[in-house]
Design a protein around this ligand. Structure first.
Ligand SMILES: Cc1cc2nc3c(=O)[nH]c(=O)nc-3n(C[C@H](O)[C@H](O)[C@H](O)COP(=O)(O)OP(=O)(O)OC[C@H]3O[C@@H](n4cnc5c(N)ncnc54)[C@H](O)[C@@H]3O)c2cc1C
Length: 340
């Protein structure tokens, strides 16, 4: 029987939510194709990670362990993945579409003489052969692909599957040696902003999108940027929502205008931004034009606050449109949230 290898990074034995979602996908694909399921772990604490998954009908665990594999670098991640794929002699290789796997998947496929597909969000058998689906052009077109070349490396988009439940058990881990030239890069440490400044929260229940209206002159003919900052940050703090922005808002800083200090291009949602996945979304002071709303493809329930009853959201793009002043609405919402 051929083998499907599922690849995951682990830090001190912990597995991220996207990694567990990817394992759900790998199990489904192994079930469809009749391949045996192997898990390849890269990082530190591989024994603990394997023990937490051993009950999930995994037939073998392979691992590349060590501090030098704990941090993402092209050189070490690609060498580890290549060694694991060769050891497993995998026909299919599945991993979560994380930044680390996305960076190396094409290079590893090339080294193995295989092929790679990214952003995969569905799988099925077509005439007995595996076919995968992905979106193109910001979720406007769906493609279905089947490949005859092997190994076929498949990265699954986060948020597509429920995470695999941890089912502990006992399963031996086979260590795999990596032969790679010494790295020229040394990781000295990782700098990241304090948690309170992290406005992008992929696991949040709510996406709050701020539009350029927050920076425009209001009814009194004046700008209210400081108030806008206070209201938005207050809401994020109280609701733990993830912050998105419209292109017009995030572009303003590039044009030298005074803008919301915590908003960057990373927050941009839309055709040329991101398509985050959250159960609910609330847009305020954002017009709801198509190039923006196309990034809301994976937001299940949509609401918007706009002064203009003819804005884009009113054209069938939101479930609820509040025709109101967002400054007033959000001040009241924050007041109510603070009382809870
Ligand atoms: C090729 C291409 C790609 C693009 N990609 C993207 C993309 O990825 N993401 C994106 O966002 N856009 C994108 N755009 C731009 C998009 O078409 C819009 O121009 C942009 O989304 C408008 O941003 P906005 O709604 O924040 O600003 P505006 O259009 O300026 O709208 C501001 C809104 O705020 C409202 N408002 C003002 N004050 C208040 C208040 N007090 N209370 C309530 N409402 C208020 C106004 O009524 C208005 O509707 C793209 C465009 C093109 C051509």
């Amino acid at each position: 029987m051929g083998c499907l290898l599922y690849l995951a990074h682990t830090a001190d034995g912990n597995l991220s939510r996207p990694a567990l979602e990817g394992l759900t996908a790998a199990r489904e694909i192994a079930g469809l194709t009749g391949l045996s399921l192997a898990v390849g772990l890269v990082g530190t604490g591989v024994e603990a990670a394997a023990a937490s998954l051993a009950g999930a009908r995994v037939e073998q665990f392979l691992a590349v362990e060590g501090e030098s594999y704990a941090t993402g670098r092209y050189h070490s991640d690609a060498a580890a993945a290549e060694a694991l794929c060769r050891q497993a002699q995998a026909e299919l290789v599945v991993a979560a579409g994380s930044s680390r796997w996305s960076r190396i998947v094409a290079g590893v496929a090339y080294r193995l003489g295989g092929v790679a597909d990214t952003h995969v969000c569905g799988w099925r058998l077509d005439s007995g052969e595996l076919a995968v689906t992905r979106w193109y052009y910001r979720q406007r077109m769906k493609g279905v692909m089947a490949r005859s070349r092997r190994p076929w490396l498949i990265l699954v988009d986060p948020g597509v599957c429920p995470p695999q439940e941890l089912l502990s058990g006992v399963c031996p881990v086979t260590r795999v040696a990596v032969s790679a030239p010494p790295s020229r890069t040394r990781v000295e440490g990782i700098k990241e902003p304090p948690a309170a400044q992290q406005t992008i929260r992929p696991d949040a229940d709510l996406l709050f999108v701020a539009g350029a209206g927050w920076t425009k002159k209001q009814r009194d003919g004046r700008h209210h940027l400081e108030e806008a900052e206070r209201l938005i940050l207050g809401f994020l703090e109280l609701s733990k929502a993830s912050l998105g922005g419209s292109k017009s808002l995030v572009d303003l800083s590039g044009e030298g205008q005074k803008v919301l200090s915590f908003m960057s291009h990373l927050n941009q949602v839309g055709q040329t931004g991101s398509s985050p996945r959250h159960p609910k979304g609330l847009a305020a002071c954002c017009h709801g034009e198509e190039p923006h709303v196309v990034g809301w493809r994976f937001i299940n329930e949509r609401r918007a606050i706009n002064l203009d009853p003819n804005c884009g959201w009113a054209q069938g793009k939101a479930d609820v449109l509040y025709v109101a002043d967002a400054f007033e609405v959000m001040a009241k919402v924050n007041e109510l949230l603070a009382q809870e």
